[in-house]
Design a protein around this ligand. Structure first.
Ligand SMILES: [Zn+2]
Ligand SMILES: [Zn+2]
Length: 245
């Protein structure tokens, strides 16, 4: 047993982070995919607002290029440097406490920037299917942070905020699943068949990151995998085989 590497946290752990710091880091990392996806909006939007204000709403000075919001761009780059999963970080990085420290700052800044600290949050496109051919509504969803539902102003569909956030996270990494579920999912969605034997091999080689169903310091719990990660390894292995690397 050693103590957690997070500053001012002295809890004992067998990893580099204690259980409560892993849970905290995990809840921060959970939003990173959605924030990175949505931060392009504020990068552009802030510059537009500034120009409109400086010209009294007249639409910007002729010849003045809208300044890109550099803070937002840097923040995006930093967010991309954060690890994908808290548990893996706690196992592998002797300085995991510093990661948590930076994640607290960056994710908070990004949440404020993307979702707004007070007035409204931007949740991205509506995405509701409008007709049987699969055309999706491109209405922008915005709501007060306290709202539990958002009504799309284009098509009128009412979304649960919880569902929208889950969808954004899912799109970024896929939902964690058991090995069997991942293989079935990829077979169905990507027409990729992965042998059970191959999957187990990749796990043994340490090529696949996983999440535990229940975070615990003794490392028990069902291992779940992200379909996106599995697909990446599959593509990589296929490439190696093809080029004989
Ligand atoms: Zn801790
Ligand atoms: Zn809509």
């Amino acid at each position: 047993m050693t103590s957690c590497t997070t500053e001012d946290c002295h809890r004992l752990t067998t990893l580099y982070l204690c259980t409560s710091c892993i849970v905290e880091l995990d809840s921060l990392l959970e939003d990173v995919g959605a924030l990175v996806r949505l931060i392009d909006g504020p990068i552009a939007r802030t510059s537009v607002t500034r120009n409109a204000a400086s010209s009294g709403g007249g639409g910007g000075h002729p010849g003045s290029k809208p300044a890109i919001n550099l803070d937002a761009m840097l923040l995006k780059a930093w967010l991309c440097q954060l690890p994908a999963r808290a548990h893996a970080e706690a196992m592998d990085n002797p300085k995991a406490g510093e990661t948590l420290y930076m994640a607290r700052i960056w994710v908070k800044q990004a949440r404020d920037l993307v979702w707004g600290p007070e007035d409204h949050r931007v949740y991205g496109e509506c995405g509701e299917e409008l007709d049987p051919s699969g055309t999706q509504c491109d209405g922008q969803l915005t709501a007060h942070p306290d709202d539990l539902t958002v009504k799309c102003k284009s098509c009128g569909t009412v979304h649960e905020v919880r569902d929208i956030l889950a969808r954004l996270r899912e799109r970024a990494r896929g939902k964690p699943m058991s090995p069997r579920e991942v293989r079935e999912y990829l077979q169905q969605k990507a027409r990729v068949s992965i042998l059970k034997k191959d999957f187990e091999n990749w796990v043994q080689l340490g090529r696949l990151r996983y999440v535990l169903d229940h975070v615990s310091t003794i490392g028990t719990g069902r291992r779940l995998y992200f379909p996106g990660d599995v697909l990446a390894v599959f593509e990589d292995m296929r490439g190696r085989r093809r080029y004989g690397r």
